[in-house]
Design a protein around this ligand. Structure first.
Ligand code: NOJ
Ligand code: CA
Length: 534
C-alpha cells in the first residue's frame, strides 16, 4: 500500500465484536471482517478501515484493557487471521488502521503483574505507585473517568496505583523512558507487520502533573454527588508538561516508514481552554504530516448552523491546517446518530460528513441508519461506568451489524453477545441495497461522489452566507472545480442564493429532488442538505 493517507476518502470504523461472527460463538471476529471486505470495498466503496482493539484482553473494557499488545485475543482469532485480513484488504487497495491504547494496560498485563509484585521490581515504575495520603486514603483527589477515585490500594506492597479509567486498567507511566521505548517498539512492530496506521486512544492522560497535585475545584459545577467528574477541572491529572512531547515521540515512529498515519482520540475540554486552540496545539506541536485528531464537534455541537459552521472553519482553516482533517458522526462510545438527532438530521449530517476535507469516518451500521439497541438490564455487558444502565450503556451503540432481515441477521448462527435490534427486519444492508431512497443508498452515492470529485477531499473550504441564517453553507474549490454544500438546519423550507449558477448533485432526502435545470436560487426543503457543482 503505497498511496498516501491524503488520498484516502473514507475510513470505516469497525467494532470487531459486533461485525461478523464466523465460528458460532456469538462474537464477531477477524475472519468475519475478512468475509465482509467486498461489502466494504464494492458495495459501500470505502477505502480504509479502523478496527477497535482485538488484542489479548480480559475484556473488562472490551479490548481497551490490553493484556498483550502483540497478540490477538482468542475471541477474535489469531495473528494469522489478522495477517490474512491485512493482505485481503491491501489486495482491494484498502488501508487498515488498528487501535493503540498507550495510556493504560489491563491489570492482567505481564508488566503490571510484575509491577505490583514488589516495590523494587524493575517494572514498578512502568505504572504510578504512591503511598497513601496523610489521612491514609488516596494520594490525591484525582477521579477516574469510570467513576470514583482514580487510586486503588494494593495490599501486597501497601501502596496505591493510579488508573484514569477502571481499576482493571492501571495507567502507564510515560515519564519512564524504558516504558516509552516499549511502546514505540510496539508501534514499530505493528508497522512492520504492514499495518497502515493507528487510532490512538485517550491521549489526554499521557502526561500528568509531575507532583501529582490535586485537580482544582470547578467553580461552575453544581452537581450533587461529591465524586462526580465535573466537580474538578482536570488540568493536573491530564495535559501534563510532556503532553505533546510524548505524542510526538510516539508518532515519530511513522516517519521510519512510508505512508503511516496516527489519528488521536481527543475531546478538547472547555474547562481547559478554547476548543480550537487545543486541537491546534495537538496538530501543530506533534507531527502534522503524520498525526492528527478527530474533529468531535459533529457529535457534540448543538444543532445550530452558525455554531457548527464556525467550528468547522476554525478546525479546518486553523486548528488542523497542516494536518489531515478527520470527521466522524459517532463511535463506539456515543449514542447512535439516528437515535440522537433523528433520521432526517442524520441524513443531512451524512452529506456534511462526506463533503468535508480530509478523511470522513463512518461508524459501522450508521450507513444503514442503525439505532441504539434496546436492552434489558440483564443484557448489559459494558461495566465501564457507574452510571451504566440499560438506557445509558455504551452497549446501545455496539449491537450486531444488521446484514439482513433473517432472525440473527446473518451476524451469527447463535445468540449474539448483545441482542440484535428488532428493527433489523427493515433496517438492514440487504433490504436497503435495493431501495434507492434508503440510508445505505444515500451513503453509497456520497461515497462515490467523494471519490469522483477530489475537490471534496482536498479542495479549499470557505464558508458562505447564502441568504438564510438557518443554512450552513460552504464552497469547496480546487483548480477550476467549485462545489457548494448547503445544510438547512430549520424545519421550514429556505430559499437560498448560491454565488453562481449550479447543477445539483445529491440531496440528503429520501425523495429524489426533481431534476432541476441549472440554477442559482434553489429552495431547500426542511432539514435538507445538498451538494451543488458549478
Ligand atoms: C476511549 C475508548 O474509545 C473507550 O471505549 C475506552 O473505554 C476508553 N478510551 C478507555 O480506553
Ligand atoms: Ca466468533
Amino acid at each position: 500500500m503505497h498511496n498516501s493517507w491524503r488520498d484516502i476518502n473514507t475510513l470505516y470504523h469497525i467494532y470487531p465484536r459486533s461485525f461478523q461472527d464466523t465460528n458460532d460463538d456469538g462474537i464477531g471476529d477477524l475472519p468475519g471482517i475478512t468475509s465482509r471486505l467486498d461489502y466494504l470495498s464494492l458495495v459501500l466503496g470505502v477505502d480504509a478501515m479502523w478496527l477497535s482493539p482485538f488484542f489479548t484482553s480480559p475484556m473488562r473494557d472490551f479490548g481497551y484493557d490490553v493484556a498483550n499488545y502483540r497478540q490477538v485475543d482468542s475471541d477474535y482469532g489469531t495473528l494469522d487471521d489478522f495477517k490474512k485480513l491485512l493482505d485481503e484488504a491491501h489486495r482491494r487497495h484498502m488501508k487498515v488502521m488498528i487501535d493503540f491504547v498507550p495510556c493504560h494496560t489491563s491489570d492482567q498485563h505481564a508488566w503490571f503483574k510484575e509491577s505490583r509484585s514488589s516495590r523494587d521490581n524493575p517494572k514498578r515504575d512502568y505504572y504510578t505507585w504512591r503511598d497513601p495520603g496523610p489521612d491514609g486514603g488516596a494520594p490525591n483527589n484525582w477521579l477516574s473517568q469510570s467513576g470514583g477515585t482514580s487510586w486503588t490500594f494494593d495490599e501486597t506492597t501497601g501502596q496505591y496505583y493510579l488508573h484514569s479509567f477502571l481499576s482493571a486498567q492501571p495507567d502507564l507511566n510515560w515519564d519512564n523512558p524504558s516504558l516509552r521505548k516499549e511502546m514505540t517498539d510496539t508501534v514499530r512492530w505493528w508497522f512492520e507487520q504492514g499495518v497502515d496506521g493507528m487510532r490512538v486512544d485517550a491521549i489526554w492522560g499521557i502526561s500528568k502533573d509531575p507532583n501529582l497535585a490535586d485537580d482544582p475545584q470547578n467553580p461552575e459545577f453544581h452537581g450533587e454527588h461529591p465524586s462526580e467528574y465535573g466537580h474538578f477541572i482536570h488540568n493536573k491529572c491530564k495535559y501534563g508538561p510532556n503532553f505533546t512531547n510524548y505524542l510526538k515521540e510516539l508518532s515519530d515512529v511513522c516517519h521510519e516508514f512510508e505512508n503511516r498515519q496516527m489519528i488521536f482520540e481527543f475531546y478538547p475540554d472547555d474547562k481547559i481552554g478554547d476548543f480550537y486552540d487545543q486541537y491546534h496545539q495537538v496538530a501543530a506541536e506533534v507531527n502534522p504530516d503524520v498525526a492528527s485528531t478527530f474533529f468531535m464537534e459533529l457529535i457534540r455541537s448543538p444543532w445550530h448552523a452558525d455554531m457548527l459552521g464556525n467550528g468547522l472553519d476554525r478546525y479546518i482553516n486553523y486548528a488542523a491546517k497542516d494536518a489531515l482533517p478527520v470527521f466522524c458522526l459517532g463511535n463506539h462510545d456515543q449514542p447512535r446518530i439516528v437515535s440522537r438527532i433523528g433520521e432526517s438530521k442524520a441524513r443531512a449530517m451524512a452529506l456534511l460528513n462526506l463533503t468535508l476535507p480530509g478523511l470522513s469516518v463512518i461508524y459501522y451500521g450508521d450507513e444503514i441508519g442503525m439505532e441504539n439497541g434496546e436492552l434489558t438490564p440483564s443484557q448489559v455487558r459494558d461495566t465501564f461506568s457507574p452510571l451504566n444502565t440499560s438506557d445509558t450503556t455504551r452497549d446501545l451503540e455496539r449491537t450486531p451489524m444488521q446484514w439482513d432481515h433473517s432472525a440473527r441477521t446473518s451476524f451469527s448462527q447463535v445468540t449474539p453477545w448483545l441482542p440484535i435490534h428488532k428493527n433489523h427486519r427493515t433496517i438492514n444492508a440487504m433490504t436497503e441495497l435495493s431501495d434507492s431512497s434508503s440510508m445505505l443508498s444515500l451513503y453509497r452515492r456520497l461515497v462515490r461522489l467523494r471519490k469522483q470529485y477530489p475537490v471534496l477531499r482536498i479542495g479549499s473550504f470557505t464558508r458562505l452566507f447564502v441568504g438564510s441564517g438557518y443554512v450552513l453553507a460552504f464552497k469547496r474549490e480546487l483548480d477550476d472545480q467549485r462545489v457548494y454544500v448547503v445544510v438547512n438546519f430549520a424545519d421550514q423550507p429556505q430559499d437560498i442564493q448560491l454565488p453562481e449558477i449550479c447543477s445539483y448533485l445529491v440531496s440528503s432526502q429520501t425523495a429524489p429532488r426533481e431534476r432541476e435545470s441549472r440554477e442559482a436560487k434553489p429552495t431547500l426543503r426542511p432539514l435538507e442538505a445538498a451538494l451543488y457543482i458549478a
